[in-house]
Structure formats: C-alpha cells, structure tokens
Design a binder for this molecule. Structure first.
Ligand code: FUL
Length: 479
C-alpha cells in the first residue's frame, strides 16, 4: 500500500498557505484606500453643539451656500480616497428626506424643503472619483421609540434607504456612542440600552451584506473594521490587523486593546483612526484658529497609515455648507508635503539580496520587495522563521523615511522586524518593532548609507514582504 501520509511534502515553488486570519476581498480593497474623510454636518452646525439633544427644529438647518462640489473637491485636492457623511447624527435629524420621519431636510428652509444632502454629496463624490460611505447613528435622541423594539424597524428602514438609493458605498459607519438622555419624542428622559444586544447587529450586518456586499462595516459585532480606541488620530505600536473575537463577544475591548489589536487574534478586523481636523467634530466658528497644521496632519498620517491603520479625517462644513478656507488650505498643504516626501523611491535603484528565497523561484525573488509594486512579493521557504533582505545601493544614498508592506492576502506573517543602515562595513540599527501589516512607515534623522538591511521574524510562518521603499523627505513632521 502506498504511504498515505504525504501531507508533509512542501512545495516551495507555490505561494505559502495564508497564516492565521486573512482579509476578505472587501477588506483588502479598504486597506488600499489608506486616507479618506468624514463629513460631520447636521443641526449642530447651526446650534454650536457637538451632541444635539434631539429637540432641534428642522428649521435650524439652513446652509446659505451649500456646495457639495466644493466639499468633494477639497477632499480630492487633499488626496482623500472617499467621504463618509453623517446622514443622521445622534440628534436624529436626517440629511435626506427619509420616508420614515419628518425630522429631516424635508422640513427645513434649505432648498425649500426639497433638498437632499446625501444625494448631493454622493453625486459630487462620484463626479470627482471619490468613494462614498454613510454614517447612520444608532443612538437617536429624537425618536419616540428609541430604546424600545419599535425603533429597530425604523432604524433598519432608514438604513435600507441609504443602502439602496445612493449608489455604491465603500463603508457603513456604526457609532457605538450612547449618552443615555434625550428628547425622545418629548419624553425628555434617560434611556439606557445594551449596545451589544439591543440593536440586533446580526440583522443589520445581513442587510448591509445583502444590499452593499462590497461595503466595509465599521463598528461592533460582525464588523470588517474596528475603531482604533481613541479619537486622536493614532494607532498603537504595534497595531495588529487581528483581534480575538471572543473578547468582542464578551465586551472586553478596552481602548488600549483596540489601539493594538492582538497578534494571531482569530478575526481580521483592522483599525481605522477617526480624527477631526478641528477640536470638534462639527464646525464651530470659535475653532477657526485651531485647525490642525499641515505638519500636524503629517504626524497623524505617520501614526495612523504609517502603523497599518486607515486615517479617516473629519472635514466639517461650516454654516454656509462649505469647507472653511483654513481647513482646505491645511489639507492641501499636507498633501503637497506628503507627496514631496514620497516622490522618489531610492530603493528602486538598489540590488536586493535575500539570505533565503522560497524555492529559489523567480516568483518570490528579493527584487520583488523593491519593484514599486504591492502585488508582487519576496517570500522565504516554509521552514524559515528569520530572514534578512539587504538593499545594496549603487552609490551611497541619504534617506530619512522607510516604508514596509506585507503581502496581506497571505495574512499577517511578520511578528517583528529591525532595520539597519550599512556604511563603510559597519551596521547601525535605525529602528525595530513588531507589526508591519498593510504598511509601516519609519522616519528619523537623515542617514547616509550604501546598504539597508531589513531583518524579519515570523514566529509561526515564513516571512513574506511586498515592499521596502526608501525616501529622503525635506519636511518630516517632527523636525
Ligand atoms: C462619536 C460621536 O459621539 C461623535 O459625535 C462623532 O460622531 C464621532 C465620530 O463618534 O462616537
């Protein structure tokens, strides 16, 4: 009889099996976006509040020069890949003429009650090549039935309107906030709910999957993307793309846990850093002097996108319904500085050596890590747990920023790394860390070197790497 147990035969000319949890196609597409924007707009813009109580008259909503084109244009000029609009914030006021409530733009003076902010923003996004996403606050301080079963049908009806009437969505954002008290149709009382069970998340997730299968869900159970645990615009270090699903079920996701995730968690749920360009989420004229500077935005980018997370940057329209000139200027300059840093990848001119190449096969050769493509990668043999990649520059180069990327379809494989510069025969360690994932940016003082070594450690899998890129930026945020 032939031996049955041939499972150990390793084919090192084929890609390795994905290790641990791996991303879905919709998550992979989301990882590639890296930066997109939030648009917080509602009656709060006109009352000066951050959380409307729910008793605001729709007549308050009256932007005088609303221009969705200016909002989308500003986002596009800042290099954002899409916009997520607060179609309904906690105050319950709807920016679209929902069939299920009169508490909406329908009863506002804006466009004589015939306007639809969701329509105009979603159209403007598409016209400028931006993706569009929706935020629909589960907590509704206006609705009389909030906290009772009847509200859930209302919420799902509204969600269905947004999922079916505004074209393709890239993200659906479910906010976990609930402060208890509210107007609630005049009851003016506290209504506490259990946010894990009250909203019937499995039904909501099923609705999004049915109607917008490509959209990533931000939020609670069943979500594709997790909150990063703070609203300051930075991910943890490390920041793993995975979490332990049983912790989520047991409501044990503290902010520090969310910032870092968990190595080899069983669910792929990467982090999104949501942060406002101003102190508040809504526009307040009193904060015009406190718009983030371009350098501050650069620092946010390095601490979010640069740790493998996405950056969701809030740009709140003012009372005219426009992005204020200060915010627009800061965003534009941020993008100019960022593009200048990443204008020329010095690694492209280097020869790349690896101390191990999977099956010695051209498909996995070291050169793939520095070919400027994210869809090709270097990979080691299955039994290898530590490997070095070395860039050999034709002549000494000066650099101060390095970008590393894993090849995510194979899961997160690298458990630790170190980067060293080589000059005149000696090595100097520049940086070391744990997670790489979708992207890891390292920046520091300017170094002159003729070699760059990247040491990679895979605890339970052979390492693979899609990108090593090397840059000399004129204007790094911390200088
Ligand atoms: C929080 C909300 O309470 C804030 O108002 C804002 O919408 C932010 C993005 O999420 O939970």
């Amino acid at each position: 009889m032939p031996a049955k147990n041939n499972a150990q035969i390793v084919d090192n000319t084929a890609p390795p099996a994905p290790c641990g949890a791996a991303p879905s196609a919709r998550q992979l597409a989301w990882h590639r976006l890296e930066t997109y924007g939030f648009v917080h707009f509602t009656v709060n813009t006109f009352t000066g509040k951050e959380w409307g109580y729910g008793d605001e008259a729709p007549a308050l909503f009256n932007p005088t020069e609303f221009d969705a084109g200016q909002i989308a244009e500003t986002a596009a000029a800042g290099g954002l890949a899409g916009l997520i609009l607060t179609c309904k914030h906690h105050d319950g006021f709807c920016l679209w003429p929902s069939r299920y409530t009169g508490h909406s733009v329908k009863h506002s003076p804006w466009r004589n009650g015939r306007g639809d902010v969701v329509r105009e923003i979603s159209d403007a996004c598409r016209n400028r090549g931006l993706k569009f996403g929706v935020y629909l606050s589960p907590w509704d301080r206006n609705h009389p039935e909030y906290g009772r079963p009847a509200y859930l049908a209302y919420y799902q009806n509204q969600l269905r309107e947004l999922l079916t009437e505004y074209g393709e969505l890239f993200e659906v954002w479910f906010d976990g906030a609930n402060g208890g008290d509210g107007y609630y149709g005049g009851a003016r009382e506290r209504r506490a709910i259990d946010h894990l069970t009250y909203y019937r998340w499995p039904e909501i997730v099923a609705l999004v999957r049915e109607l917008q299968p490509q959209a990533c869900i931000f939020g609670e159970a069943g979500a594709d993307i997790r909150w990063v645990g703070n609203e300051m615009g930075h991910a943890g270090d490390p920041c793993w793309h995975t979490i332990d699903g049983s912790r989520r079920q047991r409501n044990l996701l503290g902010w520090r846990y969310l910032e870092q995730g968990e190595w080899r968690g069983n669910i792929w749920q990467p982090a999104e850093c949501d942060v406002s360009i101003r102190p508040g989420w809504f526009y307040h004229a009193a904060e015009d002097e406190r718009v983030r500077t371009p350098h501050n935005l650069l620092a946010l980018y390095f601490h979010s996108v640069g740790r493998g997370a996405a950056l969701n940057l809030n740009l709140p329209p003012d009372r005219r319904g426009l992005i204020h000139a200060r915010d627009a200027a800061a965003l534009r300059e941020f993008r100019r500085l960022l593009d200048a840093i990443f204008a020329r990848d010095l690694a492209r001119a280097a020869r790349v050596e690896a101390d191990n190449t999977r099956g010695n096969h051209p498909a996995f050769q070291a050169a793939h890590a520095a070919d400027g493509r994210a869809d090709t990668y270097w990979c080691a043999d299955d039994h290898v747990r530590q490997a070095n990649l070395t860039l050999v520059f034709p002549r000494p180069v000066e650099f101060n920023a390095i970008s590393l990327r894993e090849y995510l379809p194979l899961g997160q494989r690298i458990a630790g790394f170190a980067v060293s510069a080589g000059a005149r025969g000696g090595w100097r360690e520049l940086a070391a860390g744990l997670s790489i994932g979708h992207r890891r940016l390292l920046a520091g003082e300017t170094i002159r070197a003729d070699r760059l070594r990247v040491e990679l450690r895979g605890d339970d899998a052979c390492p693979a790497l899609a990108e090593i890129a090397v840059f000399k930026g004129a204007d790094l945020p911390w200088r």
